[in-house]
Design a binder for this molecule. Structure first.
Ligand code: PLP
Length: 360
């Protein structure tokens, strides 16, 4: 059985080269006589792995020295709580609701304080990004929150909101390392890595140092306090060692590919192939506003549920996996993260053309 073209939204495709390298090192990591899975997180070998991973992501994203990089666990969803717990000094925050993940983060924040929805695209099933140039952001809001790339609906903030001076917190789970970012525009950038960077179980948080504080909300668990993790260089307790090791390999792969500029060009090229086809097809069509289209997650429909089902089944049989849309929206979705090769998208479009010819 060969490898399929895996269009899963997450956990998702990883670079084959990374998987092969990990396989080679499985039984004996660099002469240690053991797997990375089996070694102490306090060992010299592991210390080198996590330090190098941090150096590489800092270099890739050009992260300034006054930002900490934390390798955490609990997934992106755990940070839905950690964000308000660590940042809600005034117990108030502004949320922009552009999909299910933003909604979940918003609901979680409400447990800890007053979360205010300052904009939403719920009126049109989250098929666009609202205008965020002049929002009514409360004077005493502790931060403004966005989900930068909406994995389920396939939209992306191409322009960051005007936060009126408040710190911006962004969930970048599904666009992590897909293009260059200006870290200085954010207070906190965090993401679960299983979409674009590594195996599930690791979440990376990049946090401006002044936001890492002792005076967090009362009752914040030690493990969720960013300061605990920052003071211990992400080694307060046993971290998701193996997952971080794979992330480190993905960072090296991205560097080898030419860094984030090159990733962006690669991702734009792939997305264009698919979007251009969707725009000319008589059968398939994209579901979101063109100006807000994601480069990573591309939802589309035929307009006929039965035909959608048939397409997903036939695509699967032809080696294109996980094209079914999210259970809450139906239709199809092709997630074309960094590690999806151009041929994967070209072949998918060829297959869609054939399906269109046979079904119209
Ligand atoms: C997948 C996803 C999440 C949830 O991630 P978990 O690691 O499963 O908690 C949150 N936000 C976004 C944008 C996602 O794509």
């Amino acid at each position: 059985m060969g490898r399929v073209y895996n269009f899963s939204a997450g956990p998702a495709v990883l670079p084959e080269e990374v998987l092969r390298e990990a396989a080679e090192e499985m039984l004996d990591y660099k002469g240690t006589g053991m797997s990375v899975m089996e070694m102490s997180h306090r060992s010299k070998a592991y210390d080198d792995i996590i330090k190098e991973a941090e150096r590489d992501i800092r270099e890739l994203m050009n992260i300034p020295d006054n930002y900490k990089v934390l390798f955490l666990q609990g997934g992106a969803s755990q940070q839905f709580a950690a964000v308000p717990m660590n940042l809600m000094k005034n117990r108030k925050a502004a949320y922009i609701i552009t999909g299910q993940w933003a909604k979940k983060a918003f609901a979680e924040a409400k447990i800890y304080g007053e979360a205010v929805a300052v904009a939403s695209s719920a009126d049109k099933t989250f098929s666009y990004i609202p205008d965020c140039s002049d929002l009514d952001i409360p004077e005493d809001a502790d931060y403004v929150y966005i989900c930068e790339n909406n994995t389920i609906y396939g939209t992306k903030f191409w322009e960051l909101p005007n936060t009126k001076g408040k710190d911006l917190v962004a969930d970048v789970s599904s666009c992590f390392l897909s293009e260059p970012v200006d870290v200085t525009k954010y207070g906190v950038i965090y993401g679960g890595v299983q979409k674009n960077v590594g195996p599930a179980g690791v979440v990376i948080a990049i946090i401006r140092e002044d936001l890492i504080r002792d005076d967090v909300l009362e009752g914040t668990p030690t493990m969720l306090k960013w300061k605990t993790q920052a003071d211990a260089d992400s080694l307060y307790n046993t971290p998701p060692c193996y997952g971080i090791y794979i992330c480190g390999k993905v960072f090296k792969w991205i560097k080898k590919m030419g860094g984030l500029e090159a990733m962006k060009a690669h991702n734009e090229k792939k997305a264009k192939i698919l979007y251009d086809f969707l725009d000319e097809s008589k059968l398939f069509k994209g579901t979101v506003e063109k100006k807000d289209r994601s480069l990573m997650n591309v939802p589309f429909v035929t307009g006929n549920e039965e035909l959608d089902k048939k397409f997903v089944a036939e695509a699967k049989a032809a080696g294109f996996e996980n094209l079914k849309g999210h259970r809450t929206v139906g239709g199809m979705r092709a997630s074309i993260y960094n590690a999806m090769p151009i041929e994967g998208v070209e072949k998918l479009v060829e297959f869609m053309k054939k399906f269109e010819a046979e079904n119209s």
